[in-house]
Design a protein around this ligand. Sequence first.
Ligand SMILES: Cc1ncc(C[n+]2csc(CCOP(=O)(O)OP(=O)(O)O)c2C)c(N)n1
Length: 330
Amino acid sequence: MTTAADPREVLQKIDLWLRMYRKMLAIRLFEGQVNELYTRALMPGLAHLYIGEEAVAVGVCEALERSDYITSTHRGHGHCLAKGASPDLMFAELLGKEAGYCKGKGGSMHIADPATGNLGANAIVCGSAGIATGAAFSAKRLGTNQVSVCFFGEGALGQGVLYECMNLAELFKLPVIYVCENNLYTEYTHYSETTAGDIVSRATAFGLQGVSVDGQNVRAVYDFAQMLVDRARRGAGPAFLLRNTYRYHGHHVGDINREYYRSKQEEHTWKTERDPIANFGKWLIDQKIADKAKLDAIASELEAEMQKAVDFAIAAPYPSPSEVAEDVYA
Ligand SMILES: Cc1ncc(C[n+]2csc(CCOP(=O)(O)OP(=O)(O)O)c2C)c(N)n1
């Protein structure tokens, strides 16, 4: 492998890379179980799978401290797990159980976990931009040195609130990073049909630092995220990070027949040539950081962990009907 001068730095990097591999795989296996729970009619409602996009959440969250903030979207399981949420409590939330992160009253699109700095998923497209920006504002005013990351899909580029937030963030030099996950489709429409011009220029026009990165390459995502997080922590202001990525499944778990808006060939190419986990695994093996047996052992461990978490959630009790109106603010 290519080495840095200091052996401790090399070891730290190896730990980081193996951790990122493990986390990406954990998200993929978690999501596979979600699809299974939906198919077996064990999960009420729908879920929006993040499979294919794992490198974005993991690369960004690895650059954050536990106390840093994130806000998430309707496609948020990957963000929650990458920031440190427990799969068992997430499955419990998805199944509407009392043990879930929101006592089973939020479900897939409303998972929040203040202990890991996760201020919440949000079913409203771009609904969390104001929350992430407000969190950065409070961090700056209180001098806590925290950074805030706002994850959103490219569909959110059509929401005016994003531009109000970026304008304010730049004026106040807030420690916030807007992470746009461009997975090419806003529901069933290719983004080129809804989004004019260059995406990053929309942020640089306000003076934000803007960067575009291959969202399928976790090392690149991490490196750029770390640079922007350090910059924000130093007080140099907000940034916009565009990640080009792809969702393998439909817009939601029920979106099975997709050929009227994208081809099977396109899906096949992304899955076979650009898969973030397979390609990173190959790289780890090429660099002799891990061998196939080690990666297989990680997979077996995670599969068992996810199965245990699902079993926990299935067996967990529902909240009592008498508290149906408790903890509900809308
Ligand atoms: C304000 C608002 N408008 C419309 C919707 C319906 N809706 C749910 S997800 C979605 C598409 C979001 O696309 P994108 O932001 O690119 O995220 P992706 O699903 O690709 O991750 C839409 C239009 C919504 N939830 N909120």
